[in-house]
Design a protein around this ligand. Structure first.
Ligand code: GTP
Ligand code: MG
Length: 223
């Protein structure tokens, strides 16, 4: 990290800590609601996976991970994005307070699960970013969805946003290792390594298509 970036980060951390102290009870209330959103979507995904297994003798989902953004990270993001730290503004502008990662077996499973989930009556699709069809410059691939889901509270229902990242096991392997490398080098990955990582992403994408093809061929044989 450049010295100027470090200073900026320190300031952001400092402000985040102060603001955090003032807003902590508000944020804790929000955390509980977003935790409910994660549970809601996770259950929907588990039900879809189990039904798919019975119908098609195949589990599209390998595993599911989830995380709730910490109050400190929420505030850091709000400060970096220059948005007001009010419940309404955070809810409108930060879409990944509740985050779910769905690791699928094959590429087709990614799109199938996304379709089945977004087709449900109580889910509204707010945003789609298809980094599988259009990988990021780094080589990163995943399908990102922002969903709106109602949470039923004592005072009535409240719609909240949940970010869902869907990817294959192979894409997840690349993303986790690349994330660690970025962290280790303070986000200053040398150019030659960046290029190698892009190459690895391309190899992984080819591998995913090969595995998909094998799966399709075997499935046809069994029918
Ligand atoms: P933020 O949500 O503010 O980060 O910006 P954004 O919404 O424009 O970002 P994006 O849609 O790219 O999604 C951000 C998330 O995707 C990150 O928190 C990571 O989990 C993941 N991601 C995006 N790009 C990369 C990448 O190059 N490498 C890895 N490992 N993960 C990435
Ligand atoms: Mg985002």
């Amino acid at each position: 990290m450049k010295p100027s970036q470090k200073i900026k980060q320190n300031v952001v951390n400092q402000i985040a800590k102060t603001t955090l102290y003032e807003n902590v009870s508000e944020l804790m209330k929000m955390q509980q609601i977003y935790e409910a959103g994660i549970k809601e979507i996770r259950t929907k995904l588990e039900i879809l996976d189990a039904e798919f297994k019975v119908k098609h003798d195949h589990n599209p989902i390998h595993h599911i991970e989830s995380r709730l953004k910490s109050p400190e990270s929420i505030l850091k993001k709000a400060i970096n994005k220059d948005i007001p730290v009010t419940e309404r503004s955070l809810e409108e502008n930060i879409h990944d307070i509740a985050g779910i990662r769905v690791i699928c077996n094959y590429v087709d499973d990614v799109y199938k699960v996304a379709q089945l989930l977004t087709d449900q009556d109580d889910i509204r699709l707010v945003e789609v970013k298809d980094y599988i069809a259009n990988p990021k410059e780094s080589g990163y691939m995943s399908l990102h969805l922002v969903l709106e889901v109602p949470i039923f509270l004592s005072e009535g229902s409240k719609p909240i946003h949940v970010e869902v990242q869907l990817r294959t096991i192979a894409m997840d392997f690349w993303a986790s290792l690349e994330h660690k490398l970025k962290y280790k080098t303070d986000n200053n990955v040398p150019e030659d390594i960046k290029e190698e990582l892009q190459e690895c992403a391309k190899t992984i994408s080819k591998l995913d298509l090969k595995m998909q093809n094998i799966h399709n061929r075997l499935n046809k044989k069994r029918v």
